[in-house]
Design a protein around this ligand. Structure first.
Ligand code: CTP
Length: 410
């Protein structure tokens, strides 16, 4: 899944021959899951039609401050419509100007706004990327060098130009980067800025099944949803995630999440310890069985007597074992409580040497297993406590990750 998924991308097109490649660029942004709107300089319409771009982007294309609306009751009546450049700028998560001609770049660098693209640029608050496209000598000109330097000093990001044959027939630097390279550049740039870029996060999720015989087990109702949401939230912040999960229906499309399927507490213990030394953050949300059958029958147990007793023995406490060996890892546990909630959770935080514990109270409606909502309290090792409202598990996971980031930078 691309980091551009669900992002609002405003594509600015200026009057360069490379504008013919803007159609591919729109398609690639759409393919990556982004929403695309196009704003053009009037002269760029000589190079590519608004119809092509509106069809591909599935949105109206803006090229002037005032659009003529022919949809009035009487077809011969024209109602001018004001295209609000401020709204366009506010809508965008990213503004990508490709191709960006020497003329438009010079105007951007000097605050000129004599068309809707430039006015949008001046009012936009989002990150701006530009892909210059010009002839070799124009690109080398001192004035262009000053323009590019100035734009970079505004924190605008330049997508490096390509080298090769130019429209003039000359060969050299100055042509617009290929659409695929523009996309890769932007994706990498966004990923590099994410707060957990380069960090490894381990998450446990779901129930464990403790076998009684080849067909029966002791399990619990954990769906794994909370852990999967945490794994996704960590990956969305740039982390490489190791998700170790018990049996679950949950799935993730996130390519930064590596899944390891396990069944029993013992298998989860081993898999977690395979990774723990190399990770930066451990979040153990799995509902691990506290006890397992002492003896596992090799054949299916036959019914005989009226009553049947199973002897159970403790499983290894995975979280506790990590608290005992942790060095620099930030360790998070969960506590599901029914009474004396805060006191019990604080006790677990201390006993298991955690940095943060997420308290779920089964007394809260909408909290705990199965559902898509949760109501949790974050308790830090400092004693600080943050009570949250009932929220979707997606939002709880995002809040938890933000809280971890805050603690890491405290
Ligand atoms: N946990 C674990 N390994 C176990 C049991 C629990 O890693 N064998 C982890 C859970 O993933 C959770 C935390 O420990 O993050 C709390 O689990 P919980 O069962 O509530 O706490 P216990 O210490 O087992 O205490 P009790 O069941 O008596 O409340």
């Amino acid at each position: 899944m691309s980091i551009l998924k669900d992002k609002n991308i405003l594509l600015g097109i200026t009057a360069g021959i490379a504008a013919y490649k803007s159609a591919s660029l729109v398609r690639l942004f759409i393919k990556a899951g982004a929403n695309v709107k196009v704003v053009m300089t009037p002269a760029s319409k000589d190079f590519i039609t608004p119809l092509t771009l509106s069809t591909l982007s599935k949105n109206p294309v803006y090229s002037s401050f005032v659009e003529e609306d022919l949809s009035a009751n009487r077809q011969d009546e024209v109602n001018p419509v004001w295209n609000n450049h401020v709204d366009l700028g506010l809508w965008a998560d990213l503004f990508v100007i490709a191709p960006a001609t020497a003329n438009t770049l010079a105007k951007m660098a000097n605050g000129v706004c004599d068309n809707i693209l430039l006015a949008t640029y001046l009012s936009a608050k989002c990150p701006v990327y530009f892909a210059p496209a010009m002839d070799l000598d124009m690109y080398k000109h001192q004035s262009t060098k000053i323009t590019l330097k100035k734009l970079k000093s505004f924190d605008n990001k330049m997508i490096p130009v390509g080298t090769g044959e130019l429209a003039s027939g000359l060969v050299g630097e100055g042509r617009m980067a290929e659409p695929e390279d523009i996309i890769s550049y932007i994706e990498k740039d966004i990923l590099d800025q994410l707060p957990l870029r380069g960090k490894k996060v381990l998450v446990t999720a779901g129930p464990t099944y403790e076998a009684l015989d080849p067909v029966r087990f002791i399990g619990n109702h954990s769906s794994g949803k909370m852990g999967f949401e945490i794994a996704n939230a960590a990956a969305n912040l740039g982390a490489e995630v190791f998700l170790i999960t018990g049996p679950t229906q949950e799935q993730t499309q996130n390519s930064s999440v590596k899944i390891f399927h396990v069944t029993s507490a013992e298998e989860m213990y081993n898999e977690v310890h395979n990774h723990f030394k190399t990770i930066d953050i451990g979040i153990l949300s799995a509902a691990v069985a506290d006890y397992k059958p002492k003896n596992v029958a090799s054949q299916k147990i036959k019914k005989k007597d009226e009553t049947f007793t199973i002897q159970l023995e403790k499983t290894k406490d995975i979280l506790k074992s990590l608290g005992e060996i942790k060095s620099n890892q930030f360790l998070v546990g969960f506590a599901l409580e029914t009474n004396n909630e805060v006191e019990n959770a604080k006790g677990k935080l201390k006993a298991k040497n955690l940095d943060l514990i997420v308290l779920n109270s089964l007394q809260d409606k909408g909290a705990g297993f199965g559902g898509s909502t949760n109501k949790v309290t974050f308790i830090m090792s400092s004693g600080e406590m943050i009570e949250n409202e009932l929220k979707s598990k997606t939002k709880v996971a995002e809040d938890l990750m933000q809280q971890i980031l805050k603690q890491l930078h405290a």
